[in-house]
Design a protein around this ligand. Sequence first.
Ligand SMILES: [Mg+2]
Length: 374
Amino acid sequence: MARVRKVRLDELEAPLVEPFETSFGVERRRRFLVVALEDDTGETGLGECVAARDPLYSGESVATARWMLQTYLIPRLLREELPTPEAFFAQARPLREHLMAKAAVEIALWDLHARRAGTSVARALGGTRSRVEVGVSVGIQPTVPQLVRRVGQYLDDGYRRIKVKVKPGWDREPVGALRREYPDLRLWADANQAYPPSAAREVAAWATEFQVEQLEQPFPERALSAHAEIARGAPFKVCLDESITSAEALDEALERHALTSLNVKPGRVGGLATGRAMGRRAAEAGFPAWVGGMLETGIGRSFNVALASTPPFVFPGDLSASDRYYREEFVDPAFELGPGSTLRVPTGRGLGVEVVERVYRKFLRRRREFRRSA
Ligand SMILES: [Mg+2]
């Protein structure tokens, strides 16, 4: 009978290559948790938690995820037999919300089970691609010329799809400038809920005028009607991100025609199995799904890339190369941008890449260990 015999809960903090600004605020350093599950054969599975220091993207934070993990999720793992990722998620269902905390464990279980089976997480998930197409997400910049220059650098690096963060007062002008400078650019815009539904007409006007391919989460999480309204007949896709926290939320949004594209972040939805199911649901509904990112290090990124290698994920993900976010890479080999704006899908056991201990320890701030009682 397989069991988890030890769980490590690490807190790390690493500086970002450059400040990342969205309509929520600016991040300069990223603080995050990593869960490591060790089974009784000494095999270890890792999961990076995407909850940030402050509860801005959602209600979760490093503090709430730590509390959820050490109060409920870890004690259960240490009491019972080793669950499959799906069984773990089902068992944790009565505990409401806290999807980022649950996802960290669910992902670590994918890693652990794949290692035990001698395969990669990508293969375990049913991945079929050896490379996945990716784009880059560009934060709000101090000035429009700086944005245009920054985007130019990413295009020079080889990225073919650019997503810019927008908010009231930082939209028509920067988006228009990019369109003028780069007439053929595959351009997406993400507002992270920053507009009131009353701004719909104005938002639709610049998105149409500057041929934005996809507009992401312009309105608040619960404003499904406003998203449905702007999606109706729009020449651009309307993508939901923050609104879609569960399979049920996706069903409701589909019923209300509130989206024509879906951003799947395993951390936001409770893990890889739910993420994969959502991708399939979007494909059935006839629109594209793609894998988003939450400033993960190479550890979390490897799982996102594995998910993106499965068939439903047909739009390029926000899964940039390692050097987009961190100067020192946490995994070896690092994720490098390859031909056609792609990243290679790791094929090694489990997450498929090795953690660079030196870098990991350098940014490790706090460690707690939990053991199964004999
Ligand atoms: Mg988004």
